[in-house]
Design a protein around this ligand. Sequence first.
Ligand code: S3P
Length: 179
Amino acid sequence: MQTGRHPVNLALIGFMGTGKTSVGRHVAEQLGFEFLDTDEMIQSRTGRSIADIFAKDGEPAFRELERQVVQELSAREKTVIATGGGLPTNPENLAALKSFALVICLWASPGKIWERVRNQSHRPLLHDADPQQKIRDLLAAREPFYKQADVLINTDLRSVREAAQQIALQFKLATRKQR
Ligand code: S3P
């Protein structure tokens, strides 16, 4: 695909449970890139868990930390960046990602997402009386942001390895056409 830009990094956006971290690690390995995860960066920087930040400081404070991390990432090269599910809902973040990365969205259906996250407890936004409805509502609200990615990859029927191969190929195509 032709983006008209010169992406030197790869950013993975998408809903919780779409595999950004696991797929991102594989892609980084395939491309010989470094791997970073915005949630991990926030946790190591603050010394706190995401759940603790949400509980004590609130979601807006967490979103501000995300914004700061994205700004810092702009100096990176040859890095695969997995982002928190809500990060691209701030247009400033999405614009910044596009300025220094090819932006790939990992997509999954609400049913698949629920299958993957139902036995995990670290995501405060899913601590809800009806988490399946919450997934459907949040996914619908975020769809317009996710669809602004350069490439959309459905992970419902793809293994981590298949999704990673697809992404590495897209990155090579995007960078080759620009030379
Ligand atoms: C969030 C997704 C989480 C984490 C936080 C908020 C969201 O990341 O950033 O719990 O708003 O969707 P993952 O998408 O990696 O689970």
